[in-house]
Design a protein around this ligand. Structure first.
Ligand code: SF4
Length: 445
C-alpha cells in the first residue's frame, strides 16, 4: 500500500441530500486527519451512504457489502460503516447478513461519526446509532453541520431542513428521515456566507419539501423569507432549490422566483401522475387541476421559468386509461424535462400492501411510452430556444468533449461551447446553436 497517512472513501447512492451528507462525512473525516483515498483498497475507513427510495440502489449496496467482505478478511483493521436511509431502515439487522460492518449510522446521526470511529478503534466492537426525531416539533435532532468545508467548487448544496411529514403512500422517507424540522435562517445564511467567501457562486438549497420550510421554527419565517435573506449575500450569483411540493407552493414563492434577481428561473415540481384517483391513492394532497392552476400562475408571473417534474408510472391499480391521462398531461403541460420511474413497492410503505400490483412488463411498457413522449417534448422545447442568449456559469472543460467548455444556464440546462479552460468560474453569455435532450451546444456572443 502506497499512501502517506490514514485514508477514507465515501460511496454514495441516491439523492442530492445524500450527496450533501457525504460531503459532510468527508469533511468530518478530514478533520480527524484522514485523507481521501485513491481507491477502496487504500482506505482505512469505507462509508456506504445508502438509499432506500428504490430497490436498485439497495441491491447495489448489498452487492458492494459482499465485495467488501473479502477486503475486510485481508485487512481486518479496515472500518466499514453504513449510513443513509438503508442504515436507518434496517438498523442492526444489516449486520446479520454483513457481520463485517463496524458502524451503522442513522440519518440524523452523521455528526457523531467521529466519536463512533474513535469508539470502534478503541474497543474493536461494532456500534450503531439510530435515534430519530419522532414527535412533532422535536427540534432536538437538527444536525449540527460542519461549516468548514474541504474542497469546494463553484456549486454547493446547502441542506435547509430535514425529514418529511407528508407520508406519500409509496415513499419511505418519512420513516427513515423522521419528522420535518428546519434549520434556523441565521445558521443557513452563515453557511452560505462562508461558501461565498470560499468561491461558491451557485447554491442549491435542499429539503424534502422546501416549500414548507419554517413551519417548525420559533421565528416567523417561511421559505420565501429565507430566499430574500440569501439573495442579499455578496458573491452568490445563483440560488436554486429542490424539492418543491405542489400542495405547499405559494403565490409568494412564485413571485419570488419572478422577482428576486439571484433566484434561478427553474422550478422542479413533482406531479407523479396526471390522474386524480392515482394522486389520491398516492396521498399527494393535490388534484390534477390544482397542479394545472399552479403552472398557469407560474407561467403568467414568470414566463421564462423552466419547469421540470417527476413521474411515477405503474402505481398499484393504475388502469390503461389512468396511464393515458398521465401521458396526456405530460403533452399538455410540456415539461422541460422529467425524472421518470416505474413504481416498485418499498417494504413498510402503504403502497407496497395495496392489491393490484402491476406486472413489470406493463409498468415498463408504459414507462417507455412516457419517456419517448417526454424526450421528444424536451428536445422540441430546447429547439424553440435556438438563437436565444443564455447566461452560463462556466464550470470547466466538458468531460464529454475536451474541445469545449461546459456550464449551466439559470434554467438548469447544460451548455457546451468552444472556449478556453480559463473561462472556468466566469459568467458568459452564449447563443444556443443546437438543441439536445440535456440542453444546447452554443457559441460565445
Ligand atoms: S413529500 Fe412524499 S415523496 Fe417527498 S419525501 Fe415526503 S413522503 Fe416522500
Amino acid at each position: 500500500m502506497n499512501k502517506s497517512g490514514p485514508a477514507f472513501t465515501v460511496l454514495t447512492w441516491g439523492c442530492q441530500m445524500n450527496e450533501d451528507d457525504s460531503e459532510q462525512i468527508s469533511n468530518l473525516l478530514m478533520r480527524m486527519g484522514y485523507q481521501p483515498a485513491g481507491n477502496e483498497e487504500d482506505a482505512d475507513i469505507i462509508m456506504l451512504n445508502t438509499c432506500s427510495v428504490r430497490s436498485k440502489p439497495e441491491q447495489k449496496v448489498r452487492s458492494k457489502l459482499g465485495e467488501l467482505r473479502a477486503l475486510k478478511e485481508l485487512n481486518p483493521d479496515i472500518i466499514i460503516g453504513v449510513c443513509g436511509c438503508m442504515a436507518q431502515k434496517e438498523g442492526k439487522a444489516l449486520r446479520r447478513r454483513a457481520p463485517h460492518i463496524d458502524l451503522i449510522v442513522g440519518t440524523a446521526n452523521i455528526e457523531h461519526i467521529p466519536e463512533m470511529i474513535t469508539g470502534v478503534l478503541r474497543d474493536r466492537h461494532p456500534l450503531a446509532l439510530l435515534d430519530l426525531p419522532r414527535a412533532v416539533n422535536d427540534q432536538a435532532i437538527v444536525p449540527n453541520r460542519l461549516l468548514e468545508r474541504g474542497q469546494i467548487g463553484l456549486k454547493s448544496f446547502v441542506s435547509i431542513m430535514y425529514g418529511c411529514d407528508n407520508f406519500c403512500s409509496y415513499c419511505v422517507v418519512p420513516y427513515v428521515r423522521g419528522k420535518e424540522r428546519s434549520r434556523p435562517p441565521a445558521e443557513i445564511t452563515k453557511e452560505v456566507r462562508i461558501l461565498a467567501e470560499r468561491g461558491v457562486r451557485d447554491i442549491t438549497l435542499l429539503g424534502q419539501n422546501v416549500n414548507s420550510y419554517g413551519k417548525t421554527l420559533d421565528e416567523n419565517r417561511d421559505f420565501t423569507d429565507l430566499l430574500a435573506l440569501i439573495n442579499e449575500i455578496d458573491g452568490i450569483d445563483r440560488i436554486r432549490f429542490t424539492t418543491s411540493h405542489p400542495k405547499d407552493l405559494s403565490d409568494k414563492l412564485i413571485h419570488a422566483i419572478a422577482e428576486m434577481p439571484k433566484v434561478c428561473e427553474h422550478l422542479h415540481l413533482p406531479i407523479q401522475a396526471g390522474d386524480d384517483e392515482i394522486l389520491r391513492a398516492m396521498r399527494r394532497g393535490y388534484t390534477v387541476d390544482d397542479y394545472r392552476g399552479l403552472v398557469s400562475s407560474l407561467r403568467e408571473t414568470a414566463p421564462n421559468v423552466a419547469l421540470t417534474t417527476d413521474f411515477l408510472i405503474g402505481f398499484p391499480g393504475e388502469t390503461d386509461e389512468q396511464f393515458e391521462n398521465t401521458l396526456r398531461f405530460a403533452e399538455e403541460i410540456r415539461f422541460d424535462s422529467a425524472f421518470m420511474f416505474a413504481f416498485n413497492p418499498i417494504r413498510d410503505t402503504a403502497a407496497a400492501a395495496l392489491p393490484d400490483q402491476l406486472q413489470p412488463k406493463v409498468k415498463n411498457q408504459r414507462l417507455r411510452r412516457l419517456i419517448e413522449a417526454q424526450n421528444r417534448i424536451s428536445v422540441e422545447i430546447n429547439e424553440s430556444h435556438i438563437g436565444e442568449l443564455f447566461e452560463v456559469l462556466v464550470e470547466g472543460i466538458s468531460p464529454k468533449d475536451p474541445s469545449k467548455v461546459t456550464g449551466l444556464t439559470r434554467q438548469n440546462k447544460t451548455v457546451n461551447f468552444p472556449g478556453p479552460a480559463s473561462l472556468a468560474g466566469t459568467l458568459v453569455e452564449i447563443r444556443a446553436v443546437k438543441a439536445h435532450l440535456w440542453g444546447f451546444t452554443g457559441e460565445i456572443v
